[in-house]
Design a protein around this ligand. Structure first.
Ligand code: C2E
Ligand code: MG
Ligand code: MG
Ligand code: MG
Length: 284
């Protein structure tokens, strides 16, 4: 009897695994097609300076509208892309779409605000990454200051020498580097000395607890103060309420992103957040 149960349990287990693998292969196939068919695109979430509530930049976020699976969140398709070798293609597409957007704004005579693009571990495994980004900027005739790149702590723990070389090249090009989801990785803080980091982004899991939660408050204050001491910018992620915004602003956090200010929007809608210029010879 026990043997029977064991067998059944085992069969159930392999059955579930088979199903999961089949689902994954299906997702991978759809993603490959989606990339080819233009179903992967970007949304832009505004970043604000808390002191005036003015929009000072954006973060590009990948979106995949699949005919088979509907809107698939990046938390689901980015890991699949990492595993099946599609991340290079997605990463390049997101960079290209970002530059097309910036070039489009410029063609409309708009003042450009920088856009931050998320990098993936797989992209840092490409020693030519900085060169490719440089070529893209040149292709679109854009200055490097319109692009920022976001990395996570865990990405700084891989092949340290290669990653360092890539990051210093990017830095030399004049591109700002941010640490995303700061405080949630396993990395030691020593990388802040070893890598050319410009910005810390406080993870939204710490911001959620503001104000009132002693641990959440202490962690946010510690990150803000450390950023200041190291002359880094600090951005709070996932700000959803006025109370969170005030707490951060009262405690010296300069920038924030979150649904309280704006959700990620289409590139067309994002254009409305760009500064309005008034030149004397072109009134209105
Ligand atoms: P992330 O880079 O930390 O991006 C912030 C995420 O928080 C986004 O989710 C954004 O929509 C969401 N968010 C913004 N404000 C709020 C808020 O007030 N409340 C809440 N609850 N959420 C907020 P999204 O777009 O689903 O992206 C999830 C993650 O997927 C990103 O986290 C990033 O790690 C990854 N990702 C997105 N686009 C790309 C990409 O182009 N390349 C790579 N490698 N990863 C990407
Ligand atoms: Mg990010
Ligand atoms: Mg983040
Ligand atoms: Mg996050």
């Amino acid at each position: 009897k026990a043997k029977e149960k064991g067998r059944l349990g085992f069969q159930f287990f392999t059955g579930a695994m088979d199903r999961q693998m089949a689902e994954r292969r299906q997702l991978e196939k759809s993603l490959r097609r989606g990339l080819r068919d233009g179903d992967v695109f970007i949304h832009l979430q505004p970043k604000v300076r808390l002191a005036e509530g003015r929009v000072t930049g954006f973060e590009a976020l990948a979106r995949w509208q699949s005919p088979d699976h509907g809107m698939v969140p990046p938390s689901r398709f980015i890991p699949v892309a990492e595993e099946c070798g599609l991340i290079g293609g997605i990463g390049e597409l997101v960079l290209r779409l970002t530059m097309e957007t910036l070039a489009g704004w410029r063609a409309h005579g708009r003042v450009l605000l920088p856009v931050a693009v998320n990098l993936s571990a797989g992209q840092l495994g490409n020693p030519g990454l900085a060169g490719e980004i440089d070529s893209l900027l040149r292709e679109f005739g854009l200055p490097p200051t319109v692009l920022e790149l976001e990395l996570t702590e865990s990405m700084l723990m891989g092949d340290a020498d290669q990653v360092r070389a890539i990051l210093f090249r990017l830095k030399d090009l004049g591109i700002k580097l941010s640490i995303d989801d700061f405080g949630t990785g396993y990395s030691s803080l020593s990388y802040l000395k070893r890598f050319p980091v410009d910005v810390l982004k406080i993870d939204k899991s710490f911001v959620t607890d503001l104000p009132g939660d002693p641990e959440g408050e202490a962690i946010c204050l510690a990150i803000i103060n450390m950023a200041k001491a190291l002359s880094l910018d600090v951005v709070a992620e996932g700000v959803e309420t006025e109370a969170q915004s005030s707490f951060l602003s009262d405690n010296g956090c300069d920038f924030a992103q979150g649904f309280f200010f704006a959700r990620p929007v289409s590139v067309e809608e994002a254009q409305d957040y760009l500064p309005v210029t008034c030149s004397p010879d072109r009134p209105g």
